[in-house]
Design a protein around this ligand. Structure first.
Ligand SMILES: [Zn+2]
Length: 535
């Protein structure tokens, strides 16, 4: 149908010309080539691309085949591949328990309903018990003289904290200190032996029922002591906010009162709880292997071609899980087949329609993002190109082209001049760049760009955005509730091909501009993350 040009459509086109003249300049993309890649990567045959699974192996084989076919050079450790080793951990729930002790009496807690065991728990084959102390947000942020920990004696205790941060703490800083690595550093120094986290009901991406459904899913860590972020942590539980009152009974405070404060990012009190907790967690460990994929498009300038602008996305997803509406395959269409597809599409487009590139471009398809940014962490720690040669990371993860692209939400917008470049590139296409609209969700550290940031490399993550209170924001919210990390993030969901095409054009232009601007991207003088660049 589309190829038939009748006199009528020609006439209409001519009449419509003034309208076309106002639309943004021509994109190099149509959205269809992007979706064609998504269709392969998120097919049921890929079985949700779980790290280390044959399904992810098939997805990687497809990516390699496409890169080869389009003449994008390998830049891994073994061709396009960079092997990565993991330790997988799984809680054996039938051999584990947790109970509250109140006035000498034990109240057994029910996994799934009251709480979930984290596989970071390591009770060393023994039952352990300790008093509980509530520590507000559980954060220690020296830059802002913010300290939830020092006022109480926490030695030998289990601490209870509510996810989130007070409004006086900038989002990026709060995000950084909310990582398990940073949290555990300060908690361990305070003598804490275990952690109970309560999700902030105001900022939960996934309802508790769905979190609980997949609670026995194995977790992974990078193999090797250099990557152990929770050494000495004996117990880690995630508590269901709907059951959290039982932790606070008798303390003089209610969870409802605390959640109301946290919703508005107000200061939280810190106090001892009237209960202790005893627990034993049985965890089974297995070794797993997977790989990152790395490819490059070489630059042309004799010196600058030894520097790289990185475009990254994760190829893994969460595999096969508990059925929802009879579907067990968690396809990960938007999360993040969509981002991997952009890498393939932009790389092959730049190869087919060459642009002047002073620096080289590096395309990194990481593994194990869903396990805690592990593949990118491994890559940023042991890169297949010299570490100092990577000048920027543009990361794509679940950019959600499900509404027209009018606003580009840039995580890290105000942290480096990469944010300024993204703003002007977007603006050249009549798209307005906006900062993170939901700082409570910690998204600046929740995807692979963070692995590059902590190595000092300026980074941004860009998504289709919406303004607060808009109908588009409601669409995103519904998507998170119903499809995020659910089997319905599949090929039968609505998508906006023109939004994807426009997004790809922004990525393409930002890559070209960053590759050709003589000065490397810089952190802003007042950015917290600038400190990493000094190392
Ligand atoms: Zn995900």
């Amino acid at each position: 149908m589309r190829r038939v040009i009748s006199k009528l459509t020609l006439a209409v086109s001519v009449l419509a010309l003034p309208v076309f003249a106002q639309t943004p300049p021509q994109s190099h993309f149509d959205g269809k080539s992007w979706w064609d890649h998504v269709k392969v990567l998120a097919d049921d045959n890929m079985e949700g691309r779980e790290t280390g699974s044959p399904g992810l192996g098939r997805a990687q084989a497809y990516v390699v085949e496409q890169l080869k076919k389009n003449g994008i050079e390998p830049a891994g450790a073994d061709g396009y591949y960079q092997p990565v080793k993991f330790i997988q951990r799984q809680v054996i729930e039938k051999d584990s328990f947790a109970a509250l002790i109140r006035d000498g009496k034990s109240e057994t807690l029910t996994p799934g309903n009251d709480f979930n065991f984290s596989t970071r728990s390591d009770t060393g084959g023994q039952e352990i018990s300790a008093p509980l102390v509530f520590v507000g947000y559980g954060l220690q942020i020296p830059e802002k003289n913010f300290d939830d920990l020092s006022a109480q004696n926490l030695s030998g205790k289990f601490v209870v904290y509510l996810s989130g941060s007070p409004s006086e703490i900038p989002a990026a800083l709060a995000s950084h200190y909310s990582t398990i690595a940073e949290r555990w550093k300060s908690l361990r120094a305070a003598g804490v032996i275990g952690i109970i986290n309560i999700a902030n009901p105001a900022s939960m991406d996934i309802p508790w029922s769905r979190i609980a459904l997949n609670r026995l899913h194995p977790s992974m860590d990078l193999a090797g002591a250099e990557f152990n972020e929770s050494e000495g942590l004996k117990l880690f539980l995630s508590f269901n906010p709907a059951q959290a009152e039982k932790l606070f009974a008798g303390s003089g405070h209610s969870f409802a009162e605390l959640a109301a404060l946290a919703k508005d990012r107000k200061p939280l009190p810190r106090f001892s709880l009237a209960v202790s907790l005893k627990s034993h967690v049985a965890v089974q460990s297995t070794e797993i292997e997977s790989a990152n994929l790395v490819a490059k498009l070489p630059g042309s300038e004799p010196v600058l071609k030894n520097e790289f602008v990185v475009l990254s996305a994760h190829l893994d997803h969460i595999g096969i899980g508990e059925p929802v509406n009879g579907d067990r395959i968690y396809n990960g269409g938007m999360d993040d087949a969509s981002g991997s597809a952009v890498l393939l599409d932009v790389a092959s487009n730049l190869k087919a329609h060459p642009e002047k590139l002073s620096r080289s471009l590096l395309f990194v398809f990481v593994t194990a993002e869903e396990k805690g940014l592990l593949g990118s962490r491994y890559f940023a720690t042991h890169p297949t190109v010299p570490a100092k040669s990577m000048i920027a990371d543009i990361n794509i993860d679940m950019f959600l082209p499900i509404v027209p692209l009018k606003f580009l939400e840039v995580k890290g917008l105000e942290e480096s001049d990469l944010g300024d470049r993204a703003t002007s590139v977007a603006s050249s296409l009549d798209v307005k760049a906006i900062p993170d609209q939901e700082p409570l969700r910690n998204r600046f550290i929740r995807s692979d760009q963070y692995s590059f940031i902590v190595k000092g490399i300026p980074a941004v993550k860009m998504d289709v955005g919406a303004l607060p209170g808009s109908p588009e924001q409601k669409i995103f919210k519904d998507w998170l509730t119903n499809r995020y990390h659910a089997p319905s993030d599949d090929l039968d969901q609505p998508k906006d091909l023109s939004a994807a095409a426009l997004y790809e054009e922004i990525i393409r232009r930002l890559l070209i501009e960053t590759a050709n601007t003589p000065v490397r991207p810089q952190w802003k003088p007042d950015s917290f993350f600038r400190r990493y660049a000094a190392n």
